[in-house]
Design a protein around this ligand. Structure first.
Ligand code: SPV
Ligand code: MN
Length: 623
């Protein structure tokens, strides 16, 4: 330990060293010391929870030109490389000890090989740079949800993003380190790697993101995109799913929102939606309150099913954010306050993006560098003014629709869980599961998202994405589903719903974007047993009278019987085709829970019986 102490002291101020000394944890010191030896920083900065340290990091991001200030006070833009615009699945791997196979559907490699490759890529990576050491917390601090996290990086943008997106965790480290015998924390080591004048990786082909899950550690290099570098986001989700498995709780890729029911009642819902299926839009729906838009931890507390927002802010897609569709976000993005824009178009200090209110200039700086309309990217592909996955990073506390209780250390009681897919021809806009098991198996475990004209490749191709968590599963699919089935089995569990905002007829969407606010209100009523429902074989669907009333109340619209029939027709051939697709997928999974097989078989039988009795396409009035 004395060697480690000397090494730490040789690289940092006494103030920084004292911050580490106060945590007094060998694992913390050893992880930092190893990073110093490996990455050879010029100096090391250790930050605590003080506003001063947070402000220092924010300024450093600007001084190091990782963020460029924009015209509005507090706003900056950050660039990721042309190819580094999203999570890169093929280089994201689990490092597994010899003889271990996590699951054949997961991307994994031998641990020794991965560690040695990563160390070679990160070796000397901080030369001439400052190594930043920061402490954060996943979930609410000082609570059963809190997971302390130690971030090491040479990127001030990474730390600044974490300051906006997560709770401060230095005091949490001190608290847990002192009082827990088996103090467990997550740790991340990210190295920027060689960069060009825009601070984007020169060696993006050597981008690697490795999860050393046996050590609660993640490692990444040669990437700037936050989904690869911000340790607390998706890197942690993969570690958290395993921790939850060990400890009997759930880590989910879900938003949490509060729906305002009759008589001032508040009902909390959590929802899993694959990308581009309406997740953030649901969490932000006008008239309701957001708790979080991406990550939720579920625990049973005093006999109640409760959830905490893992985060403290939003790393949201900016495409199509405008004053009409997303007034709350629009407001935050256009007034002074801390916002990091990522990969938008900037001209004369003003950000622009696809689908915003303002007219888009024909030239400026964006994810391609200097950009002009019609320009081709380095790979010959067409470019857009902002990248489709361009993002904003903001804090929850800046949102005027943030739930007053969003930061409750005890989490919030969950009344309903929503699984939302994108399909043009199969599922009705909203349906309720018969039971927890029915919902988990036939809605969550069969979640699919259909490719759209906007994505590369063929339109209408469906991708299966179990609970929208497929990218982050760190164990077998069967085990993960079983954990969901087993969770909270001794208490009242939330009602489960399936939504589909994308049902079409003759190529036209059957619902407007804001119809989802009616479905939310219906779910809220169902949770309190204040609306009736009709058995449709694939779950229970709303009655016309209730929707008619809700459309008037919520949207001030007349909802016709014809709207109802066309949207809520039960499409048996398409539903059975989905069963066939799922059967083929689950046939390749070794540990499919028996409950899944039984629930799917039960549903198929109900649908076939309905078909025999009433035909292929059944009006909800005929059920
Ligand atoms: C997602 O892709 O689900 C996101 C953004 O929330 S990322 O940080 O890239 O994971
Ligand atoms: Mn996400």
């Amino acid at each position: 330990m004395s060697d480690i102490k000397a090494l730490l002291q040789s690289k940092m101020s006494d103030e920084s060293f004292q911050k580490l000394a106060a945590i007094d944890n060998d694992e913390v010191c050893a992880f930092i010391a190893h990073a110093i030896e490996l990455c050879e920083p010029e100096s090391v900065f250790v930050g605590d929870d003080s506003d001063e340290d947070v402000a220092y990091i924010r300024q450093l991001a600007i001084d190091q030109k990782e963020e460029i200030p924009l015209n509005i006070e507090g706003h900056t833009v950050h660039w990721d490389g042309y190819f580094d615009q999203a999570r890169k699945k093929d280089v994201t791997k689990y490092l597994v000890p010899e003889g271990v196979d996590l699951d054949k559907k997961l991307n994994q490699m031998p641990r020794d090989e991965g560690i040695s490759e990563m160390e070679n890529l990160q070796r000397g990576g901080y030369k001439g740079r400052k190594m930043l050491v920061r402490f954060f917390c996943l979930g609410t601090t000082n609570s059963v949800f809190a997971i302390p996290c130690l971030q090491i990086t040479d990127s001030a943008y990474v730390c600044h993003s974490e300051d906006l997106l997560y709770r401060r965790g230095y005091e949490e480290f001190k608290r847990q380190s002192a009082s827990h015998e088996n103090f467990e924390f997550f740790k991340y080591r990210h190295a920027t790697g060689e960069v060009d004048e825009r601070n984007t990786s020169k060696n993006y082909d050597l981008n690697r993101v490795y999860m050393d899950y046996t050590k609660n550690t993640t490692l990444s290099v040669n990437t700037q995109y936050a989904g690869n570098t911000v340790g607390l986001k998706k890197l942690s989700l993969r570690l958290a799913i395993r921790k939850a498995d060990r400890e009997g709780w759930l880590a989910e890729h879900m938003f949490i929102m509060g729906s305002n029911g009759p008589g001032g009642r508040k009902t909390y819902l959590a929802g899993a939606f694959p990308s581009a299926c309406g997740k953030t839009a649901t969490a932000m729906i006008p008239g309701e309150n957001i708790v979080g838009d991406d990550l939720a931890y579920f625990k049973v507390i005093d006999g109640e099913f409760r959830a905490a927002n893992v985060e403290n802010g939003i790393f949201g897609i900016i495409t199509d954010v405008n004053s009409k569709d997303d007034p709350v976000i629009w407001d935050v993005l256009t007034k002074p306050g801390q916002v990091i824009f990522g990969n938008v178009l900037v001209k004369e200090g003003k950000p622009y993006w696809i689908g915003m209110d303002d007219e888009i200039p024909t030239a400026g700086e964006n994810y391609c560098g200097q950009w002009t309309t019609g320009m081709k990217g380095p790979n010959g592909a067409a470019t857009t003014c902002s990248h489709k996955n361009a993002r904003y990073t903001v804090q929850m506390s800046d949102l005027e629709n943030a739930d007053p209780d969003w930061d409750n250390p005890e989490g919030l009681p969950i009344g309903g869980i929503i699984y939302g897919g994108r399909d043009s021809d199969t599922n009705v806009p909203v349906r309720e599961a018969y039971s927890w098991e029915h919902g988990i198996c036939t809605m969550g475990a069969t979640l699919e998202s259909e490719s759209t004209a906007a994505t590369i490749g063929q339109e209408g191709v469906r991708t299966w994405n179990v609970m929208s968590n497929m990218d982050f599963l760190s164990m077998s699919v069967g085990r993960y589903i079983q954990n969901n089935l087993d969770f909270a089995k001794d208490i009242k569990r939330p009602q489960v719903f399936g939504t589909n905002y994308f049902i079409k007829k003759d190529g036209q969407f059957l619902n407007s974007k804001l119809d989802k606010s009616v479905w939310i209100k219906w779910m809220e009523l169902r949770i309190h047993d204040e609306a009736e429902a009709i058995d449709a074989g694939c779950g229970r669907i709303p009655k016309y009278e209730d929707l008619k009333r809700l459309f008037k109340e919520v949207r001030d619209e007349d909802y016709t019987e014809q709207d109802y029939i066309v949207q809520f027709t039960i499409r048996i051939p398409e539903l059975l085709a989905k069963h066939d697709r799922m059967a083929a997928i689950y046939a390749t999974i070794d540990d499919t829970p028996q409950t899944w097989t039984d629930e799917m078989a039960g549903e198929r039988k109900r649908l076939e019986a309905l078909q025999a009795e009433k035909g292929d396409y059944i009006s909800p009035f005929d059920l």
